[in-house]
Design a protein around this ligand. Structure first.
Ligand SMILES: O=C(CO)COP(=O)(O)O
Length: 263
C-alpha cells in the first residue's frame, strides 16, 4: 500500500495568532507558487491552542489544503481539569491531528506511556488522528538500547487500541538527542527504529495494517537533510520543529522530491 508522506510542522510554543495567520498564508502561497500537489505530500501545522481558531478561519476562507492540529490534548472530554483542552473542543475547530507524548511533554510534564495511551484514545474518540511521539534519550542511545526503549513506548501508548484505530495512527520517531540540537540522526539510524516500529505494528496487529501506517522521523530536520532521510523505506515523513517556523524552509522540506536534484 502506498503511504502518502506527511510533513508536519510542530511550532511548539512559538507565534501568536497574528503571526500564525501570517506564517500559514506565506506557507500556502509559497507552496502554491511551487504548484505543490497535496495529494503527493500532505502538509500539516501543529500550532499553539490560541492559534487554532485563526488558522481554521484562514484555511476555511481560502480553501487551503493544509491540515492543522494541536500539540497536546486532554485524556478527558470535559469536567474539572483546569487548563486542559478537550478533544471535543479541538474537533469543533476542525483539527485533523494532535501530537501526543512529545518528548518535551514527557520530560517537562511527566507524561508517561499510560497517559499517552489515554490521550491517543481520547483523540480517536473525537475523530482526531494522534501523532504519537516516541524516541530515546542520549543515555539510552549510547547504551545501544534505542529500539527496545522506543518499542516499549509504542506498546504502552497503543494499549487498548482497536485495529481500526491503529490503522490510521501516525507515529513519529524523535530521538531526544536530535531535537533542537542540530544533530540529526543518520538516515540509517532513522531507518533502524522506524523499521522496527513498523515490524512491531505487524506483530501487534498484522502486516497489512503495518504497511499502511505512516512513521515519521523528527529531530533537526532541515531542507538540506530531509531527502536522504525520506529515501529510507520506512520513513514516511517528518515532524519538523525549528525549521517549520520559516515558510520558505518548511516549503522546501515539503518539496523534498523536487529540490533534491537542485541542491
Ligand atoms: O521536536 C521536534 C518536532 O516535534 C523536532 O524539533 P527540531 O526540528 O527543532 O529539532
Amino acid at each position: 500500500m502506498a503511504r502518502t508522506p506527511l510533513m508536519a510542522g510542530n511550532w511548539k510554543m512559538n507565534l501568536d495568532h497574528h503571526e500564525a495567520t501570517h506564517l500559514v498564508q506565506k506557507l500556502a502561497w509559497t507552496l502554491k507558487d511551487a504548484k505543490h500537489d497535496y495529494s503527493t505530500v500532505e502538509v500539516a501545522v501543529l500550532v499553539p491552542f490560541t492559534d487554532i481558531r485563526s488558522v481554521q478561519t484562514l484555511v476555511d476562507a481560502d480553501k487551503l489544503e493544509l491540515a492543522y492540529g494541536a500539540q497536546d490534548v486532554s485524556a478527558h472530554t470535559s469536567g474539572a481539569y483546569t487548563g486542559e483542552i478537550s478533544p471535543v473542543m479541538l474537533a469543533k475547530l476542525g483539527v485533523r491531528y494532535v501530537a501526543v507524548g512529545h518528548s518535551e511533554r514527557r520530560e517537562l510534564h511527566g507524561e508517561d506511556d499510560a497517559l499517552c495511551a489515554a490521550k491517543v484514545r481520547s483523540a480517536f474518540g473525537q475523530g482526531i488522528t494522534p501523532i504519537l511521539c516516541v524516541g530515546e534519550g542520549l543515555d539510552v542511545r549510547k547504551a545501544g538500547n534505542q529500539v527496545a526503549h522506543t518499542l516499549a513506548q509504542v506498546d504502552g501508548a497503543l494499549e487498548g487500541l482497536s485495529a481500526e484505530q491503529a490503522a490510521t495512527i501516525v507515529i513519529a520517531y524523535e530521538p531526544v538527542w536530535a531535537i533542537g540540537t542540530g544533530e540529526v540522526a543518520t538516515p540509517e539510524d532513522a531507518q533502524e527504529v522506524c523499521g522496527a516500529i513498523r515490524a512491531r505494528l505487524a506483530e501487534l496487529y498484522d502486516a497489512e495494517l503495518a504497511e499502511g501506517v505512516r512513521v515519521l522521523y523528527g529531530g533537526s530536520v532541515k531542507s538540506g537533510n530531509v531527502a536522504s532521510i525520506m529515501a529510507q523505506p520506512d520513513v514516511d515523513g517528518a515532524l519538523v520543529g525549528g525549521a517549520s517556523l520559516d515558510a520558505e524552509e518548511f516549503a522546501k522540506i515539503v518539496r523534498f522530491q523536487s529540490h533534491e536534484v537542485g541542491l
